[in-house]
Design a protein around this ligand. Structure first.
Ligand SMILES: C[S@@+](CC[C@H](N)C(=O)[O-])C[C@H]1O[C@@H](n2cnc3c(N)ncnc32)[C@H](O)[C@@H]1O
Length: 201
């Protein structure tokens, strides 16, 4: 995958190994649909990596509802400056994440924690997530994880503007700003939509 080679440079071997794991073990374990096999790079890896420019250098990051490690693992492989925590409540997914992080040799940069966002009492510079919940619910669960000085960075589909409108009361109550960005990991990659929520400045 030429785009991924150019995005990942020296880390290409590691991300390639992760894609192998997604295309085999993640499918066997039921974490990834078999139909995803042909679109792991575009739809999962590059889509996750598209968030990289919205994460400040040296951040501590928690990837809430990480599932098979998305977007957290592609981001951590791309950005060795990040200290990543993958937060996942379901045992099978938690086990998969632990084994995958070990297999990739990334235990020093990625922690795997079993739990729900609303039960986590740590704070981080950045909360990432994809396909976990609507904005209103995410704010209820995740604001304490990044408040007051951090940010939530979420991959979101076309419903994002409606979701922001539905969460307006909660956003205002916590004096939070929501901004939507069109981002991509590579100039020829598909554009994806990212939501950034942080305290009003
Ligand atoms: C549709 S999957 C998305 C997985 C991954 N983020 C991705 O994009 O492929 C949603 C994930 O969120 C997790 N989840 C659901 N409720 C959660 C909560 N309250 N706190 C943390 N994770 C949660 C689920 O266990 C599941 O792994």
């Amino acid at each position: 995958m030429e785009q991924a080679r150019s995005v990942y440079g020296n880390a290409y071997e590691t991300i390639n190994r992760y894609v192998d794991i997604l295309g085999t073990k993640a499918i066997d374990w039921g974490l990834m649909g078999p139909r995803e096999k042909d679109r792991l790079w575009e739809r999962h890896v590059l889509n996750s990596a598209a968030l990289a420019d919205l994460i400040p250098q040296g951040s501590t990051v928690v990837d809430v509802g990480s599932g098979a490690g998305l977007p957290g693992i592609p981001l951590a492989v791309l950005r060795p400056d990040l200290q990543m925590t993958l937060l996942e409540p379901l045992l099978r997914r938690f086990n998969f994440l632990g084994e995958t992080v070990q297999d990739l040799g990334l235990e020093d940069r990625i922690d795997v924690v079993r739990g729900r966002a609303e039960d986590c009492d740590e704070t981080f510079d950045v909360v990432t997530c994809r396909a976990v919940a609507n904005v209103n619910k995410l704010l209820g669960w995740c604001t304490p994880l990044f408040y007051p000085d951090g940010r939530l960075v979420a991959l979101k589909g076309d419903s994002v503007h409606q979701e922001i409108a539905d969460a307006s009361r909660r956003l205002e109550a916590s004096r939070l700003d929501a901004q939507v960005f069109q981002v991509r990991a590579h100039p020829e990659a598909e554009v994806t939509q990212a939501l950034v929520i942080q305290r009003q400045r």
